[in-house]
Design a binder for this molecule. Structure first.
Ligand SMILES: Cc1cc2nc3c(=O)[nH]c(=O)nc-3n(C[C@H](O)[C@H](O)[C@H](O)COP(=O)(O)OP(=O)(O)OC[C@H]3O[C@@H](n4cnc5c(N)ncnc54)[C@H](O)[C@@H]3O)c2cc1C
Length: 456
């Protein structure tokens, strides 16, 4: 247990969205921060070796937008100045808006732009020490069955010490293996594949052309044969289209070629209109990304952390299917809750760890399990089981995703609950425990919808 009255010093491993926002939240709470990153931490870069999905389309869900707005209003304002776009689904509400609806907004912003606004804020904080261009190669500390971490080792042979090491190394973080190398029991890892390859392309609208609008919450999505398509609004009159191609359907990987990608766009009316050369010009090649997993790492075992002096945030603790778009919001949320746990338990590392995990784990866990249940239901459907997403008794995971999504635009109350659930504003229990609202969803869907326009 650490007990001291000097300001705590924290070393953050990784300057992605989680690491940058943790650096800001901690530094602004009076904590001494050093952040170590393998890539350059310049103000804006459009490519990154350390983050393979850097250029893939991203949306910041309402929860992440709220976290940014409340914790870092200066960064939020900078993003709007840089061209980020507020997406207001409440425009589609049936009936009058009411207080609280302002929380329903999402933010359309390409990931490099979001990161560059966070980087600029970090670089402007005099108390944050930024070490960039340094690959971290391991943890330093006292070995044991529960190792005590005291710092990081870098490829240059340096040891960078601190009272706490924050693991913000993303979805492939090697920290579990580094804990094991110090004699500890590595976190138990639960993981299952997403089962698709993501192919995306960015576009910019031509002058006088508007983004498409229609019956969806945050953007168009749906099915085309075995593929799922998604469209993301972006900053500065950009948008992106992604196709999720099931890993088993190898022929469809032809979509990596621009001609095939554009042909797939032409097969879906809303994409055909948006990607028409008279409406928009492509501003990126087709970008594939595979080997995607849903992963949850249990850093607490038998009631205690598996190592002292280190805490994971963002993707390092849990990452999920990108089509659910949860990662940025969780990263921003974890950063704030880490700062709260540290400042709320000054000098007591164990209490900080307990407070932090209690604040973030249940929610990350329930979303991970929700996705696992949706995957299991989809698999049963693929195997030919006649599951009906319009009836909760037939298949609750599909009912609470596809069914709720399909009913959202038919009723204002359901709309709010759906945006709050998919936008990560509410815990799952809000809809899961509301039998009256579930009855209402069933009623609205009972006329028989063959297929949801926007399967979650
Ligand atoms: C295809 C795809 C689409 C997505 N779309 C969305 C979306 O629409 N909305 C959403 O909210 N989320 C989305 N996500 C999830 C989101 O991108 C992640 O949740 C987010 O990147 C997590 O940030 P992070 O900081 O935890 O990790 P990362 O962004 O991976 O950052 C890790 C950092 O650690 C650095 N690093 C790694 N190893 C080392 C080392 N050894 N030494 C030094 N530095 C190192 C890396 O360079 C990087 O800077 C998507 C993910 C994918 C894969």
């Amino acid at each position: 247990m650490i007990r001291s009255h000097r300001p705590q010093s924290v070393v953050i491993a990784g300057a992605g969205v989680a690491g940058l926002s943790a650096a800001l939240a901690l530094s602004r709470s009076g904590i001494r921060v050093t952040i170590v990153e393998r890539d350059a931490v310049a103000e804006l870069s459009w490519t990154r070796a350390g983050v393979p999905h850097f250029s893939q389309p991203h949306i910041l869900l309402p929860r992440g937008r709220q976290a940014l707005l409340r914790r870092f209003p200066d960064v939020y304002a900078a993003l709007l100045r840089m061209g980020a776009l507020e997406i207001d689904p409440a425009r589609k509400l049936l009936g009058e808006c009411r207080p609280g609806d302002e929380e329903l907004l999402a933010l359309a912003v390409r990931r490099p732009l979001l990161e560059s606004a966070l980087r600029a804020a970090v670089l402007a904080e005099p108390e944050i020490r930024v070490i960039s261009g340094q690959k971290i190669t391991g943890l330093a500390g006292r070995a044991g069955s529960v190792p005590r971490i005291e710092g990081l080792r870098t490829a240059a042979g340096d040891m960078i010490g601190g009272d706490l090491v924050v693991d913000a190394l993303g979805r492939t973080s090697p920290v579990p293996a580094w804990i094991e190398a110090l004699g500890g029991r590595p976190p138990q890892v639960e993981s299952f594949p997403c089962g698709f390859v993501y192919y995306s392309r960015h576009f910019r609208l031509r002058p006088d052309v508007d983004l498409p609008d229609g019956p969806w919450l945050f953007g168009p999505r749906g099915k085309i044969g075995p593929m799922t398509f998604l469209m993301f609004y972006g900053d500065n009159r950009t948008f992106a289209i992604s196709f999720c191609v099931p890993t088993g359907v190898r022929d469809l990987r032809v979509i990596r070629h621009e001609a095939a990608f554009m042909a797939a766009c032409r097969a879906v009316p809303v994409l055909r209109e948006a990607a028409d050369p008279r409406s928009a010009e492509p501003i990126s090649p087709v970008m594939p990304l595979g080997s995607l997993q849903n992963t949850f790492r249990h850093y607490q075992q038998d009631g205690g952390p598996c190592a002292l002096g280190t805490l994971p945030i963002g993707d390092a603790i849990c990452h999920t299917d990108p089509s659910f778009s949860l990662g940025l919001s969780f990263a921003l949320d974890h950063a704030g809750k880490l700062a709260d746990a540290i400042t709320g338990n000054p000098g007591d590392g164990l209490a900080q760890a307990r407070a932090y995990f209690a604040a973030i784990e249940p929610e990350a866990r329930e979303r991970f399990l929700m996705i696992r249940n949706i995957y299991a239901a989809r698999e049963r459907k693929r195997q030919g089981e006649p599951l009906d997403f319009t009836k909760r008794s037939s298949c609750y995971p599909l009912f609470a995703s596809m069914g709720l999504d399909a009913a959202a635009l038919m009723d204002a109350e359901i709309f709010r609950v759906a945006v709050r659930r998919f936008g990560l504003l509410d815990r799952l229990s809000v809809f899961d425990n509301d039998i009256r609202l579930q009855d209402r969803v069933e009623e609205l869907l009972k006329d028989g919808m063959e297929q949801s326009p926007a399967a979650a």
